[in-house]
Design a protein around this ligand. Structure first.
Ligand SMILES: Nc1nc2c(ncn2[C@@H]2O[C@H](COP(=O)(O)OP(=O)(O)OP(=O)(O)O)[C@@H](O)[C@H]2O)c(=O)[nH]1
Ligand SMILES: [Mg+2]
Length: 223
């Protein structure tokens, strides 16, 4: 019985995600779903990224958390439109579901955007199971979390199109084995591009920004 309910929830979510995907394509917007465990640096990476890609790439953000508008407040300071979703109003879910994105997107002027970035709720498990209608998924892993996380939470790394290894500025102070972490990511997803960055110092941003701009332009070119 429990499995049936779970299947129904995921099927209803998939239907809504399909509608979102069609809608985003009609509006000519590339959508990136950014996921990680709490505190890996999604918001910090986004704040630095937005400064580098706007106004060339017109971008809006939807950010999810259980409570607070902290992340939207930080993101708005970069000058982009940022919508905060708080799931405590809907039972405190630990992931963003497609119907929440559909509602939040109504508050953005998608016609004027090239890129919509969705910062998912900090969690390495559930967000990987919920399609929200994105074009690509990014997983952020910070060097303070341990090299073994890709092996312990494989679905997240299998689902992701790219992996961002963040906080490399902290490597001199940690026992974290960067090579081992990359090996573990590639073990669960052999061809995934891995970008090693520091959102604090902006080290390593160039290849990630290049990937992002190329992905946006590739989608817009064929529409
Ligand atoms: N040293 C260092 N600190 C970082 C880096 N990136 C983020 N931080 C810090 O890590 C903490 C968490 O960063 P956030 O950007 O809030 O992380 P998040 O993934 O958005 O967190 P949630 O939205 O709560 O899941 C903050 O104190 C950041 O300043 C980095 O590259 N290096
Ligand atoms: Mg955040």
């Amino acid at each position: 019985m429990e499995i049936n309910i779970q299947e129904k929830i995921l099927r209803a979510n998939d239907d809504m995600a399909c509608k979102n995907r069609k809608y985003f394509t009609e509006k000519k917007v590339f959508v990136l779903n950014m996921m990680s465990s709490p505190g890996s640096g999604k918001t910090e990476t986004l704040c630095k990224t937005l400064k580098k890609i706007t106004p060339e790439i017109k971008t809006g953000v939807i950010t999810g958390d259980i409570c607070t508008t902290n992340d939207a407040d930080r993101l708005k300071k970069t000058g982009v439109a940022a919508i905060q979703i708080n799931t405590d109003q809907f039972g405190g879910d630990c992931h963003l579901a497609a119907h929440l994105i559909e509602k939040a997107a109504q508050n953005l002027n998608l016609k004027n955007l090239d890129l919509l970035i969705i910062e998912n709720i900090g969690n390495l498990v559930c967000p990987a199971e919920f399609d929200i209608g994105e074009d690509a998924k990014a997983v952020v892993l910070s060097v303070t979390e341990g090299e073994d996380k890709p092996l312990k939470y494989p679905l997240m790394f299998q689902e992701a199109d790219i992996a961002i290894l963040n906080k490399i500025d902290l490597l001199p102070y940690l026992d974290f084995d960067l090579k081992e972490a990359v090996k573990n990511i590639k073990q669960v997803h052999p061809k995934i591009p891995v970008f090693e960055i520091s959102a604090k110092t902006e080290q390593g941003f160039e290849p990630w920004i290049k990937w992002l701009k190329t992905s946006v332009k590739s989608k817009l070119m064929v529409l």
